[in-house]
Design a protein around this ligand. Structure first.
Ligand code: HEM
Length: 328
């Protein structure tokens, strides 16, 4: 009797398993979550062209917006995910935080948004405009293109203190790894994405500590001596901290692998860049990326897509801002 009852229960349990597994396999998909390529194909087919044209026009009058927007995207994604929280202006917003002080290119994104609101009102998020624009800046500086998954929605929170988790120019490799892994990116993503420093500049103030003997500390011995002399001339000890120097010396406006070559020759500008060569955890990756058979372009695209999906708001979450600099 007891055995019969157990058998019945067992059969009932098996039937439940079969039905629920089958049910799941044939269930209709729930609300779409996550990003996908061509999200605006029917709702705003010209969205990507409008963004590209706005970024291109801004780049023609000021090429410095290309590195500016690429960096802005990184700073957006690392703080509360890729939700355009970096674009909100006002007291105590992310935009006012120290590491974001020199970001450039906001007007190009605002311009794209104005045109998009005229063409497809309330459809295209600022988070997607920024993700698309970041890709466009790489293409404009002669890097390769890739398809950007879209469908992000805009966040409603932007607080300066949240920017404290951004990697800093004096971070060790271990700290850089920890900050990337906190957002789901591995060491290879780290070395590949920091390759974004193949374009753009840094203010003397963020690396001058490496250049001179201060408080008994000699200049950073990992800097190539000829390069050290060059940097000392560009950034004298008591000179203007806001003077800007190419991060990829000799090739600062072209998206290429020369940044990694420079690291191998002690010509990294930021300490956080140069340690990618001196630390055995990352040196082999730098060596591969600088080699003649480098897969940098394809890997950069792949890691950018990964970064572009950090903490995204989709479906019914977040909102589509009417203007990128303010929540609705
Ligand atoms: C450990 C990671 C990183 C650190 C510590 C770091 C740090 C910095 C610093 C200190 C500057 C100079 C800022 C200034 O003086 O205005 C800079 C510039 C820049 N960064 Fe990074 N960065 C990191 C990763 C990335 C990533 C992942 C990207 C993009 C994929 C990126 C793109 C850029 C670009 C394009 C510039 C030049 C900006 C301009 O010319 O306006 N960085 N970075």
């Amino acid at each position: 009797m007891g055995l019969d009852r157990s058998l019945c229960l067992f059969i009932a349990f098996l039937s439940y398993l079969v039905i629920s597994v089958h049910g799941q396999a044939t269930a209709r998909p729930g609300p779409v979550s996550g990003t996908r390529i061509g999200f605006y194909a029917t709702t705003c087919p010209t969205a990507e062209t409008i963004v590209r044209n706005a970024v291109t026009a801004a780049f023609r009058s000021n090429p410095a917006i290309a590195p500016g927007i690429l960096r802005m995207f990184f700073h957006d994604c690392f703080v509360l995910g890729c939700d355009a929280s970096i674009l909100i202006s006002g007291a105590n917003t992310e935009r006012t935080a120290g590491p974001n002080g020199n970001l450039r290119g906001f007007e190009a994104l605002d311009n794209a948004k104005t045109q998009l609101e005229a063409t497809c009102p309330g459809v295209v998020s600022c988070a997607d405009i920024l993700a698309l624009a970041a890709r466009d800046t790489v293409v404009l500086t002669r890097g390769t293109s890739w398809q950007v998954p879209t469908g992000r929605r805009d966040g409603r929170v932007s607080v300066a203190a949240n920017a404290n988790n951004l990697p800093g120019p004096r971070d060790s490799v271990a700290v850089q790894q920890q900050k990337f892994s906190a957002v789901g990116l591995n060491t290879r993503d780290l070395v590949v994405l920091v390759g974004g420093h193949t374009i753009g500049t840094a203010g003397c103030g963020v690396f001058r500590n490496r250049l001179f003997n201060t408080t008994g500390q000699p200049a950073d011995p990992t800097i190539d001596p000829t390069f050290l002399a060059q940097l000392q001339t560009q950034c004298p000890q008591n000179g203007d901290a806001s003077v800007r120097v190419d991060l990829d010396t000799g090739s600062g406006t072209t998206f290429d692998t020369s940044y990694y070559n420079n690291l191998s020759r002690g010509r990294g500008v930021l300490q956080s860049d140069q340690v990618l060569w001196t630390d055995p955890a990352t040196r082999p990756i730098v060596q591969q990326l600088m080699s003649p058979r480098s897969t940098f372009n394809a890997e950069f695209a792949r890691s950018m897509v990964r970064m572009s999906n950090i903490g995204v708001l989709t479906g019914a979450n977040g909102e589509i801002r009417r203007v990128c600099s303010a929540i609705n």
